[in-house]
Design a protein around this ligand. Structure first.
Ligand SMILES: Nc1nc2c(c(=O)[nH]1)N[C@H]1C(S)=C(S)[C@@H](COP(=O)(O)OP(=O)(O)OC[C@H]3O[C@@H](n4cnc5c(N)ncnc54)[C@H](O)[C@@H]3O)O[C@H]1N2
Ligand code: MOO
Length: 384
């Protein structure tokens, strides 16, 4: 009996061990990688109160408009009614608590300034720790290392970060037409390109013959050098991969999922390495990868949520789907609207090149025009 899509995702999350090897990387090599440790701030930022204007720092006294300017070395603290010249970004000496921008000063002598009536105390100051407080959590374990996280880390003088290793994925494509060269192995190239887009590494790409023993031998050779193997093809009724699964020579964690396309997909463990078995029909293979392969790669990378981010769009054209499965329907979104591809049968190949993502629909015979739908971009950041 085929299991539901949610059950398949749960099996991925509970039966597959995420990667445990971590690497220390320079910040710019860590972009889009997954952090493998919490990183805390070592010091407050700014370290000292800082002027945000070119002008004067004064020890504000509510009844005083004229402030005597001091030259360094300044007394500590600056006495009330006194001030100092400051540049933008300069640390404010103790006692000075208000900044007057130079263009707001009414009278500017060498020794004193006259300030306007309406000055609010502590204006134009970035306070100590206003950006980052000491001990603050800057980057969480298993969070994606984005440019924004790198901003915070580098402001602390942190040059390296620990990241989860990138998953290495090998691909075994099975089919006699592939071996003879009658068709090109576009499935493997498609998957390999997606793995790279998602931040993974491609191990080996191998073409296998339709033979149980030869498939097992090929898998044996691949698993030792990869974190995950994807097989394509040979899942039809009388095909070798299906036979290996049905005879439990390869013990399935699941086999047959109520998804469209890619229903005959399976997940096995071969010497502890997860193997995702996808069908040979090209769109079945590619959309099967989006539905099962992307969550598997995210899980290997310790992502909390193994489903990628999605946006909500308005469907523009009625779609008919299968009400007994989770259907992936490819199409194009401008960020607000979704138009499904004109055709998307599992045997098609090139239609995805005109799509930028897909929607998922479960338990419905149709998606009506004007309905809100989830839209998953193909190009979302790595295993994100
Ligand atoms: N009588 C039935 N037939 C089929 C059923 C069914 O229930 N009853 N299910 C269909 C479904 S659903 C799927 S999915 C496919 C499973 O197909 P396979 O995984 O066995 O696909 P292959 O026979 O290996 O290949 C089919 C076809 O796809 C192209 N192909 C295959 N590999 C590649 C590759 N690496 N690169 C590019 N293109 C590839 C090629 O044209 C193959 O001839 O079964 C349905 N049938
Ligand atoms: O399950 Mo298949 O990929 O729909 O034709």
């Amino acid at each position: 009996m085929p299991i539901s899509y949610q059950e398949a995702l749960q099996i991925i999350q509970t039966q597959i061990q995420p990667l445990h090897v971590n690497q220390t990387l320079p910040l710019l090599k860590a972009i889009n990688r997954i952090s493998s440790s919490d990183v805390y701030a070592k010091f407050a930022l700014p370290k000292h109160p800082m002027s945000l204007k070119e002008g004067y720092g004064i020890a504000f006294e509510p009844t005083t408009l004229t402030y005597t300017l001091l030259n360094p070395p300044y007394p500590t603290p600056i006495p009330l009614g006194y001030g100092v010249r400051l540049s933008t970004g300069e640390s404010i000496p103790e006692g000075a608590d208000t900044i007057i921008a130079e263009e707001d000063v009414l009278v500017d002598h060498d020794e004193c300034i006259k300030i306007p009536l309406h000055v609010s105390q502590s204006q134009h100051i970035k306070k100590e720790g206003e950006d980052i407080s000491k001990g603050e959590l800057l980057l969480k374990k298993y969070e994606r290392i984005s440019a924004q996280k790198i901003t915070a880390l580098s402001s602390q003088g942190i040059n390296t970060v620990k990241a989860v290793q990138r998953p290495t994925v090998s691909i075994l494509s099975i089919g006699s037409q592939l071996a003879t060269g009658e068709i090109h192995n576009s499935n493997a190239m498609s998957l390999a390109a997606r793995v790279i887009e998602l931040g993974g590494k491609v191990g080996e790409i191998v073409i296998g013959e339709e033979d149980d023993a030869k498939i097992l031998k090929a898998l044996q050779e691949l698993v030792g050098k990869a974190d995950c193997v994807i097989t394509t093809g040979a899942l039809s009724r009388h095909d070798a991969m299906r036979h290996l699964l049905e005879t439990k020579t390869l013990l399935p964690l699941f086999h047959q999922v109520r998804i469209t396309p890619a229903k005959p997909s399976a997940l096995t463990l071969f010497e502890n390495t997860p193997i995702l078995h996808l069908p040979g029909l090209p769109l079945g293979c590619m959309l099967g990868f989006e539905m099962l392969g992307v969550p598997l790669l995210r899980h290997l990378q310790h992502r909390h949520c193994i489903i990628p981010d999605f946006i909500t769009c308005i469907n523009q054209k009625r779609i008919t789907c299968k009400d007994n499965s989770m259907s992936a329907i490819p199409g194009y979104s401008d960020g607000r609207h979704f138009v499904c591809a004109p055709y998307y049968e599992a045997g098609r190949l090139n239609i995805l090149s005109q799509c930028n993502g897909y929607t998922l629909s479960e338990g419905k015979e149709s998606i009506e025009e004007g309905e809100e739908i989830p839209f998953f971009y193909f190009t979302h950041p790595p295993v994100s």
